[in-house]
Design a protein around this ligand. Structure first.
Ligand code: ADP
Ligand code: MG
Length: 470
């Protein structure tokens, strides 16, 4: 492969993985040879080699193919001579600061950051790739996510830290990762002087274990303590992993003490993460805890409309009949990822068969998705989940006991039965041991009332609802 071809591949890679990732991970690679269906590269360190292999090998292979270099795999080796410092190795360290335009007034800070970036451990800022589509511009705001969105915006302004951490939680596919990437994108353009690190909790652990193995734990600590904004996605992953938790806790505290912003996401509230140490739970609760609620009809429709705009450009000439988006927003209530998948498939299918997108076509091509979304929660399932959650017997759900510790969960189950099923009150009453419909109504009202003041109860109800809806 000629240098020129590799240069052009690099240009493409820069677009597909983002400039920051490109500079951090791909620019430092050296092409060794392309031979026998293998493209061999040299990476400056073992860590970089592994990271590139895990995160970028596929992208490199794909881009090579576009330029006629078809290989079966990418082989990454470690340079035999380790560069002493990034400056000498001839590649542009990791930093946004070193390369991005510097807004007026920030010049001094940027220079400082650049100087800092030349430090020896800075070559390996192990951020995960950012999805270029996950920006604030493409995030549709509605009632269920307006708080989370506003909080994310606030963090992205990088003003004085007012809440730390920002803890975003919610069910699968509700936009947690999207919002975190959006913060990172915004900071990269508005505040290139800041060191922003986004990664999943799994990657945090991977990095930690690797540092332990290679006896580079001091480097690890220093690196994580040198960032200005740390974002850790899906933190529930480290529950039960003791030494990773411990390290996370120390990193967290060190950054908070330095007044650095931390953003965390999880699939449930801090208190609900089992096998997470109490002291971590309580630290996580110290900042702002915001919940991404399940989508409602308006938000789903808004998202579908926005995405459709993009597809119109991609598939000019496709006709979308009235009512199709409304139908999808109504019928697919699981999560946004499924909703997007449905729309993608619908447009691809329609353009393949050259037909107008009608309700019939939607039903035909989305049968499986529609059927899965159709799954109705039963009252028995609700009772079982609620009993499990509150650690009471299933039989007590329908039995006569009136002690608060049993009556309250029972009322929660009644409330959920009303909201998640289409059963009538008398019908629900029958399934709760033959209770009268007025008793059911009373139970539902009680929970509605309590939810306003009792945060714990409100969280319980939301969590259960999510668990049951997924
Ligand atoms: P999570 O991390 O909460 O599981 P993601 O952030 O990965 O969910 O979101 C799943 C998909 O849904 C992504 O493609 C994302 O862009 C999209 N999505 C979620 N919420 C919104 C929203 N409010 N507006 C636009 N797209 C959204
Ligand atoms: Mg996610």
């Amino acid at each position: 492969m000629t240098e020129d071809t590799w240069g052009r591949v690099c240009d493409e890679l820069q677009k597909s993985v983002g400039k920051n990732n490109y500079l951090t991970w791909i620019a430092p690679l050296k092409v060794i040879e392309v031979n026998d269906g293998i493209a061999a590269f040299e990476a400056p360190t073992k860590f970089m080699r592994d990271w590139v292999q895990r995160n970028f090998a596929e992208a490199i292979q794909r881009e090579l193919r576009k330029f006629g270099v078809v290989v079966e795999r990418i082989d990454l080796r470690v340079s035999s001579v380790r560069p002493v410092a990034p400056a000498q190795s001839g590649y542009a360290a990791n930093t946004v600061a070193a390369n991005a335009p510097v807004p007026a007034g920030n010049a001094a800070r940027a220079t400082a950051a650049r100087a800092k970036a030349a430090g020896h451990h800075e070559e390996e800022l192990p951020g995960a790739p950012l999805d270029a589509r996950f920006t604030f511009d493409t995030f549709v705001v509605g009632k269920p996510n307006e708080l989370a969105h506003a909080a994310a915006r606030r963090v992205a302004e990088a003003g004085p830290v007012t809440f730390n951490p920002l803890f975003l939680y919610g069910g699968v596919g509700l936009g947690k990762t999207h919002l975190m990437h959006a913060i990172a994108h915004e900071l990269q353009t508005q505040r290139p002087d800041l060191r922003v690190l986004y990664l999943s909790a799994e990657q945090f652990m991977y990095r930690f274990v690797q540092a332990l193995r290679e006896r580079q734990i001091m480097d690890f600590k220093e690196m994580f303590r040198s960032v200005d904004v740390l974002m850790v996605d899906d933190v529930q992953f480290i529950a039960g992993k003791d030494s990773t938790q411990e390290e996370f806790f120390h990193t967290f505290n060190a950054l908070v003490d330095q007044g650095k912003q931390i953003v965390i996401s999880a699939d449930r509230a801090p208190g609900e993460i089992k096998e997470l140490e109490e002291r971590i739970k309580s630290r996580l609760q110290c900042g702002l805890v915001v919940d991404l609620h399940p989508t409602d009809y308006e938000l789903r429709l808004g998202i579908l409309q926005t995405k459709t705009e993009n597809y119109r450009a991609q598939y000019p000439g496709l006709v979308l009949a009235d009512g199709v988006l409304e139908f999808l927003a109504h019928r697919i209530s699981t999560n946004v990822r499924v909703l997007e998948g449905a729309l993608t498939r619908l447009f691809a299918f329609a353009s393949l068969v050259g037909r107008e997108i009608t309700l019939d076509l939607a039903q035909e091509c989305l049968t499986d998705i529609l059927r899965a979304s159709d799954r109705k929660v039963t009252i028995e399932e609700i009772q079982r989940k609620v009993a499990e959650h509150y650690n009471v017997r299933l039989s007590d759900m329908i039995g006569p006991k009136r002690v608060r510790t049993i009556a309250r969960p029972r009322q929660v189950a009644m409330y959920l039965a009303k909201h998640l099923t289409t059963r009538s009150l008398p019908d629900i009453g029958r399934r709760f041991g033959g209770r009268d419909h007025t008793t059911i109504m009373h139970g539902i009202r009680k929970i509605e009332e309590l939810k306003n003041d009792d945060r714990q109860l409100a969280e319980d109800v939301d969590l259960l609802r999510r668990l049951l809806e997924n």
